[in-house]
Design a protein around this ligand. Structure first.
Ligand code: C5P
Length: 402
């Protein structure tokens, strides 16, 4: 279930070319389970008609501050009370200025003044307008007043300029909105999860890798985001889609995964190493494709890769650190040895000799090993398992310390 289920979002649309994206945003918010009422400023109606947004939202669009008909139904005070969140997308430079000044000269600014709900802005404007000192000063003040700011993105603009000021895409806005309502067991926590295989280059066309699908790590990332955590997924090459509200960093080799992990681990609360990292890499990467020669055998010299999870566990300000142990025998002994040697807080051990579970399958069964005990979770889908593991980790990281 999305954190937007049954949430009442008042979508304010102000004047800007990005207003055409608001039509899609209405739909995307509804797809995520929210009810949407739309308020448009007069300038917004120059870019998109109220009728379009009315048809998409299924509700009348509100445009007038002093509209006798509306006041009898949903006037600005009722709308201000109805909203669980006021989301303004696009928010123009002019709207930001009026909001900063506390003006109430149209329906949308009046609602912003009257509401007790949180307010979020998705600014959209020309890069020069965004960079202007006045806009930046308004932005600082709005942030100081705890108004949430989503974006803007950097890139090509409708006017032909390139720079900051593009409105975030509707799906990004839905994710940002959902994260405001995330109140799960890991709300306020940051999780970093490694997933998938690594590839260790031999030459420009060949590499050493393994059969990891990444499914377990991705399922954990999805469950962590569902539980309200800010979730960073450091992924080797996989065929999987990034779960909603998860920030994905793509890497190829173990060394790249190590670098990305060390950069992210410093400021996270939990680090879960679900990746199948290559223990060794070729000592040298041939600059050109290796040619077949007369030799019946050739030798490839391998050197050890850094152990990512052990390096994270050795950090002075270490996060709660979780490793996996994929074993084909002596599961519990080898798993516990890993807990001790790598100085982990938790090891999730699974038996890879069982073809029904593990690497490429959709199911898994694991034993969770901590300092004191072993806890078995029998075979179930990787999604179900991920939710239970995340719940278990959440209990450990949020338990009061004695
Ligand atoms: O030592 P072994 O590879 O069996 O340990 C598995 C655990 O260690 C997994 O959590 C894996 O993600 C992590 N690991 C790592 N860096 C490596 C090797 C393994 O983080 N170089």
């Amino acid at each position: 279930m999305s954190s937007l289920t049954n949430k009442q979002i008042l979508l304010g649309v102000t004047g800007g070319i990005a207003a055409y994206k608001s039509a899609d945003l209405v739909r995307r918010l509804q797809d995520a389970g929210a009810s949407v009422q739309v308020v448009m400023t007069p300038a917004a109606q120059e870019f998109i008609t109220p009728l379009t947004l009315q048809a998409l939202s299924g509700n009348p669009v509100h445009t007038q501050l002093l509209d006798p008909e509306a006041e009898a139904g949903m006037g600005h005070i009722q709308l201000a009370r109805w909203a669980d969140l006021v989301l303004i997308a696009p928010a123009s430079a002019d709207f930001m200025a009026r909001l900063t000044q506390g003006m109430g000269n149209d329906l949308l600014t009046s609602i912003c003044l009257a509401t007790a709900a949180p307010i979020a802005l998705a600014p959209a404007m020309n890069q020069g307008m965004w960079r202007n000192q006045a806009t930046q000063a308004n932005l600082d003040l709005l942030i100081e007043r705890k108004i949430h700011i989503f974006g803007p993105a950097d890139g090509g603009q409708a006017c032909g300029d390139i720079g900051p000021g593009r409105m975030l895409e509707p799906l990004q806005l839905v994710d940002a909105t959902a994260s405001l309502f995330a109140t799960g067991s890991l709300a306020g926590k940051t999780l970093v999860i490694t997933a998938g295989p690594t590839r260790e280059a031999i030459d420009p066309v060949r590499y050493l890798s393994n059969h990891s699908s990444g499914k377990m790590g991705y399922a954990l990332a999805e469950a962590a985001a569902e539980a309200g955590a800010k979730t960073i997924l450091i992924s080797g090459p996989t065929q999987l889609k990034t779960p909603p509200r998860v920030q994905r960093i793509d890497v190829t080799s173990a060394q790249q995964m190590f670098d990305a992990s060390m950069a992210a681990a410093d400021s996270c609360d939990v680090f879960i190493a679900a990746a199948a990292v290559a223990d060794y890499r070729p000592a040298q990467v041939a600059p050109q494709k290796l040619k077949k020669g007369a030799d019946e055998s050739i030798t490839l010299t391998l050197v050890k890769n850094p152990d990512i999870v052990a390096s994270v566990a050795a950090l002075p300000k270490r996060p709660f650190t979780v490793g996996f142990a994929a074993e084909s025998e002596n599961l519990l002994d080898y798993g516990r040895a890993k807990l001790v040697h790598k100085k982990l807080d938790l090891v999730i051990a699974n038996n890879i000799s069982d073809s029904r579970i593990g690497f490429n399958s959709d199911d898994n069964a694991v034993t969770v090993i901590d300092e004191h005990s072993n806890h078995e979770l029998s075979q179930r889908s990787k999604q179900q398992l991920a939710r239970e593991l995340i719940a278990l980790i959440a209990r450990k990281v949020t338990a009061p310390t004695q």
